[in-house]
Every structure is written in structure tokens, then in C-alpha cells.
Design a binder for this molecule. Sequence first.
Ligand SMILES: [Zn+2]
Ligand SMILES: [Zn+2]
Length: 342
Amino acid sequence: MTPANQARQLVEVDSIEIHVLVNDEIDLISPSPNPLVEHTQSFAGVPLSPVPDPAARGGAKLEMPMRNICCGAHGLSLFITATKDSVSKTLLFDAGPEEEVFERNATRLRLPMGDVGAIALSHWHRDHSGGLLSAIRLINSKKADGSQVVVALPPDRPDYRGVMFDAPVSLEPDPSLLEIENAGGKIETVHNACTVLDDMFFISGDIPRETSYEGGIPSGIRYSAQTGRWTTDELIMEERYVMCKIKDKGLVIFTGCSHAGLINIARNAREVGSSPIHSIVGGYHLADASPEKMENSMRDLMELEPSLLMPGHCTGWRFKGLIEKEMPGRMAPIFGGIKYSL
Ligand SMILES: [Zn+2]
Ligand SMILES: [Zn+2]
């Protein structure tokens, strides 16, 4: 990791490919509505398997078994490959909610896991960290040189996170640092912004919270084993975003859950990246937003003039509907199992 107060050293890449390994929704059929992104459609990305006895099937040699189709799950994991001058680097952004989901989808998609040079975790929430140990083991097992994958983690892992209703409701714990090390991960804690993988990927530091209407998770809490107490934790201050820059196109911003706020993230990315925003890919976390928050977010999003919007995970159908209404044709929502080329 190279420290980066600004993203000046972020290398401009020629192209980016995004395989969506885990996402809440799947849609293997729809075409791309925005010419700035190409993606597989009409089941084209689903791997085919050989038919054992083609003669009994009228000569069909290949079939598309349902077990080859990627499954949806609440969470996010993106397998991102950036290429410059024929050199490619791959970063895994988040790992989805469960080990079984990660393994199942990685196997079904037949992705070259050994190519992953680094994993970046957006924040400490189980729907992003639950598959992390599986991801580390799978990646390391495919590395011919026996090297260990770098795992870039946000600081300040809570013992538990949860939400306060009448009483606290806890999430499962995120993998501990010891578990991550024991799985074979080479931990690098991202205290400040940095670049990784030959400066092709930027990982942010703390994201300034500047808008008046993006306040994190209402009633969010964290538990400390040391104090034995749950305390308020709505802002998820350790959240990080990942960013690339495509030559002649601009910034590609990857958001995990956008607890920091979609607009806070996009504004910070544009400021540190000093370039126009090409696209915003990932969770926008507006599924449960009030109409006022959605309207404010939409207004400020339009002012940022992104060329392409690729919402997924926790964005919610209401905000996706609003984008399509206000910025028709600009959005290509992400779906599990699909490969997107920018
Ligand atoms: Zn979250
Ligand atoms: Zn999430």
C-alpha cells in the first residue's frame, strides 16, 4: 500500500471489468441500457456444461444447468480487474454475507481467483465481511507462487454491530483480525487513503460527512466487550470506498453500503480524484430512505453529472426508479453473476 493524501498517483487505466460475485438481486436477461457499459445478457455469461450423451438429446453437446447460475444474497462482492498497457490487476471489493454464498458463486462463475492481488473491505458489517475467510482461502489456494493475498481492512473493528429496537439486536461478529491472519490474509489497516496494485486502485480514508441529510443508520449501535456496553454508532465512520480512473473517461467509484452517504462519497471522490465522475458502482443505501432524503440525493447526484450509474445491493427499487425517471438511460443496475466492461 502506498499512502495517498490525494489521488494524484492513481494511475489512469485503459479499461475495467467488473464481475459481480455477490449482490442482492440477479437478472441474467436484461440488455445494457447505457452504451458506456457493456455487459452479458440473455444468459450469455452463464457457464455451459457438457452433455454426457449428446445423441440422446438430438445432438446437443452443451447444456445450461441451473446449478451454474449465480445466486443472489443480501450483500456485495465485486471482482474488479483493471488493465493498463496489457497489464491487469484484480481487486476483490467486499466478500458478501456468508462463506457458502461466496464459495458457491465463485465456483459457479469459474472466476480466476488466483488473480486477486488484494481484497478491500468497505466496512465492518457482516453482509460485506461474512465471506471474507472463504475468499482468502480460495484466493491463496489458487496462487501458484504460494503468496498471501493482501487484505486491506478499515480500522476500528467493533466486537459486534447491531440496531437498537426496544432492545439491542446484534449482527454476527465480523471475522476477527486473528481469524483473517489464520486464514492466510496479509492484513494492511487502511488508516489513511492509499493506492494498491501498482497504483491502479485508490482506497479512501475517512469520508467527510458534509451533507445535512446523510446521517448513517438510524439506531445503529456497537458493542464493546471491554466495557460490556452497547453504544450509539450510526455513522459507521470507518467506511471506505474504492476508486479507479479510466483514461479519457473519468473516475469509477465503488461503494460498499454508502453509510457515509452517496453524495458525501461522490463529492469526496471527485475532490480527491480531480476528475469528472464516470460511474458509481455498488450499494447506495437508499432502500429505506425518506422521500425527502431521496429527493435531496437525486438533486445533488444530478449536479455531480455522473455518466453512468450502476446501483446494486442496498440501493432499493424506489431510488432506482427515481434515477430512471430523472436521468433516463443513464443507469445500468448491477446484478449478481454479470460481467460489466467499462
Ligand atoms: Zn453496512
Ligand atoms: Zn451492506
